[in-house]
Design a protein around this ligand. Structure first.
Ligand code: NAD
Length: 356
């Protein structure tokens, strides 16, 4: 991008604390800075141990622990969490976990206006966005509202040590997908491009190190730093075909979030590449590759990630319906979307063949 290009960039107020151990050592200080005295800690079932440690560290400032977070934030759980917040007289929430726990914290913020502190334990990047999601009767709605953006984000690489290798890899590639689409977003900007290229470079370096040594704390820190950058890109731009396709595959066909992003990314990028040369050049520098879609496909394969939608449980008969949903509503994408084109992307991803 040259400085003469038009762009708009909005900085949102969020404080970031980044250090090993910070979930326990820094969260109470963040609550105090925000003037919060009674926080409900929310998490998913598997994240309860880490969340309990945060709750204990908060001491008297903890109003309770709610461990019911689920993928895609079912509306009944959000409603119940709001009741628990009100009954406890909480003045804010702390979400400890991945995008599902943070999504629940955002849903509470959306309904109550209460501030949220996020303590992420995956690389999905939700903590850096004003995007909320709620699922009712099998349909996931999403929206943007500054009230749901966490006011403070505590990044603790130690929290991610327990993330299984398979989820480490797919969650890391989920973050890479934010950087990829931010680079060609209609509302990208020079700062977003810098963050996206750096985020992609650092994540692509960290993941092979983690595949070799999952307990490498320095590599965990690098991956989390990359996730921060990629999440910030997601929060500042409008996503295109890739995120729309994954939203449909997750929301309507029940495919798992990070794994779906991992499988689909090489194919959506291969589709958009001819219309996004600057994005592809930036990614080429970041990954040290000439053929970026192929490099992403090889990276996933080398790291043992799933590579086909068939493996994730999609049925061949669903491809046409998914393509129709993806092209059903107009949205911005660098390359014009046709049902036939999207079906081609889906079919290639279904089979997991080398991207063309
Ligand atoms: P997740 O939060 O659903 O977590 C996946 C699984 O990993 C869960 O079982 C969880 O308990 C477990 N887990 C998380 N951290 C762990 C750790 N450190 N150690 C061991 N287990 C751990 O997964 P995710 O990919 O982070 O989030 C996916 C959800 O987030 C989706 O609903 C997606 O739509 C949403 N999301 C939203 C945004 C946004 O900006 N609003 C951005 C990205 C993702």
């Amino acid at each position: 991008m040259t400085v003469s290009d038009d762009f708009v960039y909005e900085t949102r107020p969020v404080r970031v604390v980044f250090r090993p151990g910070a979930s326990v050592t820094a969260t109470p200080d963040e609550a105090e800075r925000l003037g919060l005295r009674r926080l409900l800690v929310v998490c998913g079932g598997l994240g309860e141990t880490a969340a309990r440690a945060v709750a204990d560290a908060l001491g008297d400032a903890c109003a309770g622990l709610y461990a019911e977070a689920r993928m895609h934030v079912p509306v009944e759980i959000a409603d119940h969490a709001v009741e628990v917040v009100r009954a406890a007289g909480a003045d804010g929430c702390v979400a400890v976990g991945g995008g599902s726990a943070i999504g629940l914290g955002k849903a509470v913020a959306l309904r109550t206006g209460l501030p949220l502190i996020a303590v992420p334990s995956t690389y999905s990047g939700s903590e850096m966005t004003p995007v909320w999601g709620l699922t009712e009767h099998g349909i996931k709605r999403t929206g943007r509202d500054p009230v749901v953006q966490p006011r403070s984000v505590v990044y603790d690489p130690e929290l991610t040590l327990s993330l299984p290798l398979s989820l480490t890899v797919t969650s890391g590639i989920n973050a890479l997908a934010h950087a990829v689409e931010a680079l060609y977003a209609p509302d990208t900007s020079p700062l977003v491009s810098l963050m996206a290229e750096e985020g992609a470079r650092v994540m692509a370096e960290a993941l092979p190190r983690l595949a070799a040594e999952p307990e490498d704390l320095l590599a965990r820190g690098r991956a989390l730093y990359a996730a921060w950058l990629c999440g910030a890109c997601l929060g500042s731009t409008t996503m295109g075909l890739h995120h729309k396709l994954c939203h449909v595959l997750g929301g309507t066909f029940g495919l798992p979030h990070a794994q779906t992003h991992t499988v689909v990314l090489p194919y959506t990028l291969a589709y958009n590449a001819p219309a996004a040369p600057r994005a592809v050049a930036a990614l080429g520098r970041a990954l040290g590759a000439e053929d970026v879609p192929r490099a992403l496909w090889e990276l996933a394969g080398r790291l043992g990630a799933p590579r086909s939608l068939a493996e994730l449980g999609l049925r061949e008969g669903d491809l046409t319906g998914a393509a129709a949903q993806v092209t059903g509503q107009p949205y911005r994408n660098p390359r014009r979307l046709t049902t036939e084109g999207v079906l081609g992307v889906l079919r290639a991803a279904y089979e997991g063949r080398e991207p063309e």
